[in-house]
Design a protein. Sequence first.
Length: 286
Amino acid sequence: MSAVSGPWQAVDDRRCELGEGARWLSSGRFVFVDLLAGRLFSTSGEPGAGAHEELALDVPLGAVAEHGDGWIVAAGEGVVVLREGEPTWLARPAADAAVAMRMNDGVADVRGRFWAGAMPYDGEPGTGFLLRVDPDGSVHRVLDGLTIPNGPAVTPDGSRLFLADTPTGWVRAYDVDPVTGDLGPAHDFAHVEDGGPDGMVVDAEGCVWSAIWGAAQLRRFGPDGVLREVIEVPVQQPTSIALSGTGPGRILVTSATHGLDDPGELDGCTITATTDVRGIAAASFG
């Protein structure tokens, strides 16, 4: 039996050039971003329910995590904290790169750290990197040699981090030191040959879901990296996944029209369906 049931439907008629960053929050709502437009939206995740704009920036907005009554945001060339609309930039490490870069996907872990990747606009191999922001606001560059780091996803206990490098097809796993946040050696977790692994999420069973850019699929891997299910979706470029932690279960998938000559009916939409698999609320920063 499939982990996803029922028809896929859009939450509204909005089309994102690059939808991303889907997360399910403990408040019972989903959030997602229109990355290149710099917009953050929230939604109940029900078909046709619509989406409310939470914030708008004048730079690309890759992903967010809750931070008290505000947000920590991977945006533009760095990481910014937004509280009551006031921005506090923690660092802009992508501004110092030899090629033009922007921040991409990011996620918080249960220990209050925020992990976020940076990528080159032109896809120059090996110029991307991964950051870790500690609860005290210090920013650390922890992985280099990436191209398009995507979907940082963490286990519920924060002991393991999964990271995709989309053009290579690889998803790799790293043990995370509980005290320092240091990453252990990379372990090959899964490889995708017919598409690129994009946004990811870990469900309550410890399985890792990845949106497969260019393949119109989601893939669910067991904790051991063995493929458990391929789920077809009616969008050519799915980009991120979120699973509700309460019933009735919902899965939310963002998508993109970026680079498509002939977008289909739902390409660029944020789509939803029912699922029997339970998610875990996204962790907060700090």
